[in-house]
Design a protein around this ligand. Structure first.
Ligand SMILES: [Zn+2]
Ligand SMILES: [Zn+2]
Length: 260
């Protein structure tokens, strides 16, 4: 599986893009501002968008992708809508708060009621999705809104993305004993803001260290942090370096490509 890191920041600024990962050519994991780095052809090739949760930094690309690629997708034969997969609560939030004909036109009914460009497809935590040749398991997450993570089967082991989450014992339970090629885990705040991380159900470096104790220390899993706020990378990496982490950790960078 080919992975493109389109966005891995907690917010925006020059060279910072919010969460989005492209798996091979046809599956997008979250639709943050990173999608703006794709060409129109690359955007039009996206058949599936899988969402971790409803927060703006993860969904704001969806209405704009629909608008950008609608004519190109309509010209494809056979026509297929872009399927947007998420928890029922996530999809309800999109219907109510984005595709409500106020914030944006309802692309789940456009350009034609029976032939829309977007199709919303609910999943549940624990489901196994088969999308464009990829096997994707929906993992538990613990956040301020219903949320999930994903594990994708690859020949090298699982590619795991935690999504936005605070401490997540259910995740470690699910992953126990399974080979993980890469774990992408959020570290949204630095430890000076740990109280804020706890309230907003994110992680800080010391909280990350506690989470990583659940992994096998002999594992050769590559562990990458994501969702660091712009301007806080030096504080976060400095605090991580001062901790006695059970496994090495590095910060994901926008534009990176991996093959698993
Ligand atoms: Zn969030
Ligand atoms: Zn987020």
């Amino acid at each position: 599986m080919n992975l493109r890191v389109l966005g891995c920041s907690g917010s925006i600024a020059l060279d910072n893009r919010t969460t989005s990962f492209l798996l091979d050519e046809h599956v997008l994991v979250d639709a943050g501002t990173g999608v703006g780095d794709l060409t129109l052809d690359e955007l039009a090739a996206i058949d599936h968008i899988v969402l971790t949760h409803s927060h703006l930094d993860h969904v704001l690309g969806i209405p704009l992708i629909a608008d950008s690629v609608m004519q190109r997708r309509l010209a494809m034969t056979p026509f297929r809508p872009i399927q947007v997969h998420g928890l029922a609560e996530t999809l309800d939030a999109l219907r109510q708060h984005v595709f409500n004909n106020v914030i944006w036109p309802d692309f789940t009914r456009l350009p034609h009621e029976g032939r829309p460009i977007l199709e919303l497809v609910p999943f549940r935590t624990g489901d196994h999705l088969a999308l464009a040749g990829l096997q994707i398991e929906v993992l538990p997450a613990w956040h301020t809104v219903p949320a999930c993570g994903f594990a994708v089967d690859t020949p090298s082991g699982l590619w795991v993305f935690t999504g936005d989450t605070g401490p997540n014992p259910a995740l470690w339970e699910r992953l126990r004993g399974r080979p993980i090629a890469q774990l992408v885990i959020e570290t949204a705040f630095n430890d000076d803001e740990r109280a804020l991380a706890e309230i907003s159900r994110h992680l800080s470096p010391s909280m990350l260290a506690a989470e990583l104790l659940h992994l096998d220390v002999d594992s050769d899993t590559s562990i990458a942090i994501t969702h660091v706020k712009p301007g806080e990378m030096a504080a976060v990496t400095g605090q991580l370096a001062a901790l006695d982490l059970p496994l090495p950790v590095f910060a994901l960078t926008r534009g990176e490509r991996y093959r698993f």
